[in-house]
Design a protein around this ligand. Structure first.
Ligand SMILES: Cc1cc2nc3c(=O)[nH]c(=O)nc-3n(C[C@H](O)[C@H](O)[C@H](O)COP(=O)(O)OP(=O)(O)OC[C@H]3O[C@@H](n4cnc5c(N)ncnc54)[C@H](O)[C@@H]3O)c2cc1C
Length: 404
């Protein structure tokens, strides 16, 4: 019999311990999402790269209760905690389709949370409840042809006219923009609204609206062609004299900049979780390859240089994972850790791109071929250093948080 000391000193590399934020219920949820993803989504990944994924994915996920995991039951959700959303983001990466994961995340973690947080009861019933059931699809409109990082530089105007507002402007790179039933739209209601950096108190004069996409004057101009995320639809939208009732204002008129800054925190954290999971999956796939592929009579993984590449990747992934989980724990406990969310988003996005790049290298020529799937991970992950706030914007938020 081995001594107790031997047991203690033996490294447990194979241990499947879960992080302290997760409970048994999260494990069960993970299993059921994984089963769904692997049987109903992954088999279609190649086809959906060509065609974009169908709306039926939303309908089916709504039926299964996966769209509103942390949303109160009274609005069609499952009443779970924030970690359930992390589980969903992580498991969706197994669909081998970054665009699908992004399209779903825009719906669940970007466009609908502001309605729950700032919307009226009527707006929640009208938009959140059918969205959680997969009966309505949401998109989020912040970016414009002339303003992305500089959110306060947007030009889309909403002008009050009696009991209505008239909206004119344009939004670009809008995920789900072609399929969406409604858009959570950032506009300028005060023409003199000042310039503001993220986190600054000069963002008054902007207003959020919920706009039905079938209203006269909403024009879905063009499907944009992208480097990656091919299974998602990305739209250029125009708004020409779109009339909405005054009760289409979401939250407080004039406070849309602050509302959208809040929204961006959840968007960045969930994006960071997806980056870690995507990097992990790519790592595992490549590890398998390195154990099977031989060169000069040896497994390529047995070359010290390759072994060290795996060690570097694993260490980076683990550091990003810990940042995401601990920040999610703070977020879930009612804190508003903007600095740490920015750090997690910055780090996880960089790690995902570095890992995907290294995995291509380890695959050699096979890494450059579509059939191995690692080049797609790189192309899809590359977006994360740009979307939801670029690396440079994250660095700026972090730097400014120190009073610089
Ligand atoms: C596939 C895809 C999907 C998207 N989906 C959506 C969506 O659903 N809804 C939505 O609203 N938007 C969406 N976006 C837009 C995305 O959030 C923006 O592209 C991003 O915020 C950057 O804005 P920009 O493209 O205008 O770049 P710019 O702001 O023009 O930036 C160009 C470069 O300048 C740098 N830069 C800018 N300001 C500074 C500064 N102060 N200091 C240092 N460097 C700076 C940037 O870091 C970047 O390197 C999507 C984008 C893509 C590509």
């Amino acid at each position: 019999m081995a001594s107790a000391a031997d047991d203690v000193l033996k490294p447990d590399f194979g241990a499947q311990r879960k992080h302290f934020i997760f409970e048994e219920e999260h494990d069960r949820l993970r299993e059921s999402i994984r089963r769904f993803v692997e049987t109903e989504l992954t088999p279609h990944a190649e086809e959906w790269e060509e065609t974009t994924f169908p709306d039926s994915v939303f309908h089916r996920m709504g039926e299964l209760g996966f769209l509103g995991l942390s949303v109160p039951e009274q609005y069609g959700g499952q009443g779970g905690d924030y970690y359930a959303n992390l589980v969903l983001a992580e498991e969706l990466t197994r669909a081998n389709s970054g665009g699908l994961a992004m399209g779903v995340a825009v719906h669940t973690d970007m466009a609908t949370p502001p309605i729950l947080a700032f919307g009226t009861e009527e707006q929640r019933q009208r938009y959140v409840t059918p969205s959680m059931r997969g009966q309505k699809i949401a998109c989020l409109g912040i970016t414009e042809p002339d303003a992305g990082s500089d959110v306060a530089g947007i030009k889309t105007r909403a002008v009050r006219d009696g009991d209505e507002y008239v909206i004119n402007g344009s939004k670009t790179y809008i995920t789900n923009g072609h399929r969406a039933d409604y858009i959570v739209l950032l506009t300028k209601t005060d023409p003199d609204a000042g310039r503001a950096h993220e986190g600054e108190a000069r963002g008054s004069g902007f207003t959020l609206f919920i706009v039905d996409m079938d209203l006269p004057g909403v024009i879905r101009e063009r499907k944009l062609v992208k480097l990656g995320m091919h299974s998602s639809d990305t739209a250029l939208l125009a708004f020409q004299d779109v009339r909405v009732p005054a009760d289409a204002v979401l939250g407080e008129a004039g406070k849309g900049f602050y509302h959208i800054m809040w929204e961006l925190q959840g968007e960045r954290l969930i994006g960071a979780a997806g980056c870690v999971a995507g990097a992990q999956l790519c790592f595992e796939k490549t590890l398998q390859y390195a154990k099977e592929r031989t060169a000069f009579g040896r497994q390529i993984g047995k070359f010290q240089v390759t072994r060290h590449k795996f060690a570097e990747m694993a260490t980076k992934i683990e550091s990003a994972r810990q940042m995401v989980y601990v920040t999610a724990w703070r977020f879930s406990n009612g804190e508003y850790p903007v600095r740490e969310i920015s750090m997690a988003k910055l780090h996880a996005a960089r790690v995902a791109v570095e890992v995907a790049d290294e995995c291509i290298q380890i695959h050699g020529g096979a890494g450059y071929m579509k059939e191995y799937g690692v080049e797609r991970v790189w192309r899809d992950m590359r977006l994360n250093r740009i979307g939801a706030g670029t690396d440079e914007v994250m660095l700026d938020v972090i730097g400014r948080s120190y009073g610089l």
